[in-house]
Design a protein around this ligand. Structure first.
Ligand code: IPM
Ligand code: MG
Length: 370
């Protein structure tokens, strides 16, 4: 398959982690005879530094022509300190989501057996967690009318029926392929927009009689996600609640550096780790590249390259099992850098046969017998 991939490394640790995902995609292309081409473009604070704006026209054009967008991270503290600033790095990411109408954000939350003890939650509570969060990404409070003055400020949370319907159908279909349970998370006891979500999703539920629909208030869901995450299968929610719940869910998995995501529109698709730019860690080699690498796997799934995506996930599983991980997860080796994790998974893709693994050199990133 030929794929033209726009690569937007962005800010902070974005470039380091994205480089590992590209490395892994190149290894997949080699193994399976695909032709992947990569076109880099600027976004966020790095685009502001170079051009004055967070989402330059050239970036939009490169993304528009691409089959998929691989996104790194966005944000820089130097742009955070002025609350009255009208241009911010985050507008780069929000602009991409809006320009390409990437309305469905899918965030898998899986408790890996090998990492159960890394979570600050109790193992018996989180063991077996496997949730798919469907977060609406192109509307709601993020994109409603905004007003700001020194005395008053407001953000409008507006949803159209059609905006709810299109993601709800995708979430129901996803549930059909899983444990057939969908939980709508809202605040329908207070918010009018949530009441529309509940009305529309309840109506659509009749088209999916094999899926059980539950509705839960966001405050309750925030608690249930921590005390009993295994009760969830697919969670469907609006933009802001999805942002918060998915970041909370990273506690179950053990590190926010593990959570990948796909943002899907009707014509375009973008793949990005859910973590931010973590600028303090920039170029220290400590950023966990797994979320970016797993986002690359979601990219392959999106194009039906399931075996390829599965091989990446196997490589990730192996790296976790063998402690080839960055310091956020590692208590065994203290010298595994961002690029060593990428090298290991690249290496695994080239030689998936476990008998080739050289356990004595594994922590050096030299995992195969040459
Ligand atoms: C996310 C991030 C973004 C969001 C920020 C960087 C604008 O937190 O993708 O979860 O709030 O959506
Ligand atoms: Mg977030």
């Amino acid at each position: 398959m030929k794929l033209n991939i726009a690569v937007l490394p962005g800010d902070g640790i974005g470039p380091e982690v994205t480089a590992q995902a590209v490395k892994v995609l190149k290894a997949i292309a080699m193994e399976y005879n695909h032709v992947f081409t990569f076109n880099n473009a600027l976004v966020g604070a790095s685009a502001m530094d170079a051009t004055g704006i967070p989402l330059p026209e050239e970036t939009i054009s490169i993304c528009d022509k691409a089959d998929a967008i691989l996104f790194g991270a966005i944000g820089h503290p130097k742009y955070d300190d002025d609350p009255s600033a009208t241009v911010r790095p985050e507008q780069g990411l929000l602009g991409l989501r809006k320009t390409f109408d990437l309305y469905t954000n899918i965030r898998p939350v899986i408790a890996y057996e090998d990492l159960l003890n890394k979570s600050s939650l109790k193992i018996k509570q989180i063991k077996g967690t496997n949730i798919l969060i469907y977060r609406e990404l192109a509307s709601g409070i993020y994109f409603g009318e905004k007003n700001f003055s020194n005395d008053e400020a407001s953000d409008v949370c507006a949803y159209k029926r059609t905006e709810i319907e299109r993601i709800a159908h995708l979430a129901f279909k996803a549930a059909q392929g899983r444990k057939r349970k969908l939980t709508l998370v809202d605040k329908a006891n207070v918010l009018a927009s949530s009441r529309l979500w509940r009305t529309v999703v309840n109506e659509i539920a009749s088209e999916y009689p094999d899926v059980t629909l539950d509705c839960m208030y966001i405050d309750n869901a925030a608690m249930e996600l921590i005390i009993n995450p295994c009760q969830f299968d697919v969670i469907l929610t609006e933009n802001m609640f999805g942002d918060i719940l998915s970041e909370e869910a990273s506690v179950i998995v053990g590190s926010i550096g593990l959570l990948a995501s796909a943002s899907i529109g009707n014509k375009h698709a973008m793949f990005e780790p859910i973590h931010g730019a973590y600028t303090k860690a920039t170029n220290k080699g400590i950023a966990n590249p797994i979320a970016s690498i797993l986002s690359a796997a979601m990219l392959l799934d999106h194009f039906g390259l399931y075996d390829e995506a599965a091989l990446i996930r196997e490589g990730v599983d192996k790296s976790l099992k063998l402690h080839i991980t960055t310091p956020d997860l590692n208590t065994k080796y203290d010298n595994i850098s961002t690029s060593k994790v990428g090298d290991f998974i690249e290496d695994f893709i080239n030689n998936p046969d476990e008998t080739n693994l050289n356990f004595t050199n594994i922590h050096l990133g030299q995992s195969t017998i040459i």
